[in-house]
Ligand binder design. Structure first.
Ligand code: UD1
Length: 351
């Protein structure tokens, strides 16, 4: 069986790694890897391949950045000849980025079966590009690998046949569990004992100047009590430069490699974020997480984990932060099947 994986953006390198590892132990399987090039900076891509021990891509489509339509279309037109040449038996796509949707569309027209890892998640907010990518990818996929029970329910209520749905657990957490010992061993590099770790990149938070300004002002306020450590996504860096607000008091960093970022999360007093994956990682680590979004496609992190949605309500951010600093943070538990074996389960089902 020839399994071809398509990835392109930072959050999905953590998901492909455990699946490729599990499949590499089965001798009836041959694998190839296509990188779309959606993320192309060394610190957004290459460093993840080396730390996660992912084989070098067989093909890099080098699509780079662009509008959603352009990026998706470029991936589609460059991927089609690759699939015609490689003739895989199945293509695995990951998460909810433009690369995921583009690959699923090309496969469906070429009648190549598609497996979607991280299927079934829904924010029910179609203004998020990722939500559109999730819905369409799940509609087209033949095998839907869900991380949690809510994913199964969402798919069933959209009419997906139960035989296509496989609850396998969280592949991103497989990588976390494997590399946590390296994160624990990594040096502290002079960071304060207590700090708020911040990440921010959602278009809804960073593309609108008034929203971004209000978030930055709140972070400056937080910084008066608790040091803010902020590895800045390239998209956010561009917007902050355009905005011109002074952020000199914040501890700004370049995007970090996986192990270093995991170490920062594990030691953080609180994580303030709008990322999807970080809501999950903090839940696994038991670190309080305040999410700057009104909704989440990962409700299990709120219902079982340490996540609290604060949206754009900066008063709520202050109030939740005070609780955390007073030692009254929400206690969470690790959701079922977030056990480091999701990649194994996927390999078992495929074989
Ligand atoms: C994408 C995903 C998002 C995911 C995020 C993680 C979609 C629709 N969005 O958003 O779901 O959470 O990745 O990072 O697919 N850029 C660089 N270097 C890079 C990559 C991007 O400088 O290596 C800059 C470019 O100027 C680009 C901007 O960042 O225009 C945004 O990149 P893009 O991949 O389009 O979307 P993300 O915001 O990263």
């Amino acid at each position: 069986m020839h399994v071809l994986h398509v990835v392109g953006a930072r959050p999905n390198f953590m998901k492909v790694a455990p699946v490729m590892r599990a499949l590499s132990e089965r001798n009836q399987v041959c694998q190839s890897l296509v990188h779309t090039g959606q993320h192309y900076d060394a610190n957004m891509s290459d460093v993840f391949f080396s730390q996660l021990d992912i084989p070098a891509p067989d093909v890099n489509l080098e699509v780079g950045s662009g509008s959603h339509a352009r990026q998706t279309a470029e991936i589609m037109s460059r991927l089609e000849p690759v699939l015609l040449e490689h003739k895989p038996d199945i293509v695995l796509v990951y998460g909810d980025v433009n690369s995921t949707l583009a690959a699923a569309l090309v496969c469906s027209k070429l009648l190549i079966p598609v497996g979607h890892v991280e299927a079934g998640l829904r924010s029910f907010d179609r203004s998020m590009p990722e939500e559109v990518n999730r819905i369409v990818t799940d509609r087209l996929a033949d095998l839907l690998f869900t991380p949690s029970e809510d994913g199964d329910h969402n798919l069933q209520s959209e009419g997906v046949e139960a035989t296509k749905i496989h609850r396998v657990g969280n592949a991103m957490i497989d990588s976390l569990i494997r590399l946590l010992p390296s994160a624990i061993a990594s040096p502290n590099d002079g960071l304060p004992d207590q700090y708020a770790l911040v990440t921010l990149h959602r278009p809804s938070n960073v593309d609108d100047s008034a929203t971004l300004r209000s978030i930055i002002e709140s972070l400056l306020e937080v910084n008066a009590h608790l040091n803010v450590v902020f590895p800045v996504h390239p998209r956010t860096r561009q917007r902050m430069t355009m905005l011109g607000t002074s952020v000199t008091n914040l501890h700004l960093l370049e995007p970090l490699p996986y192990i270093e970022f995991l170490a920062l999360q594990r030691r953080a007093t609180v994580v303030i974020t709008d990322s999807g994956g970080i809501q999950e990682e903090t839940t696994y680590l038991g670190v309080p997480c305040l999410t700057l979004r009104d909704n989440t496609e990962r409700p299990v992190t709120v219902n079982l984990g340490t996540n609290v949605l604060v949206g754009k309500n900066m008063d709520k951010l202050r109030c939740e932060l005070t609780k955390i600093l007073e030692g009254k943070s929400k206690l969470g538990m690790i959701p079922p099947l977030w056990d480091g074996q999701a990649g194994e389960r996927i390999a078992e089902i495929l074989c």
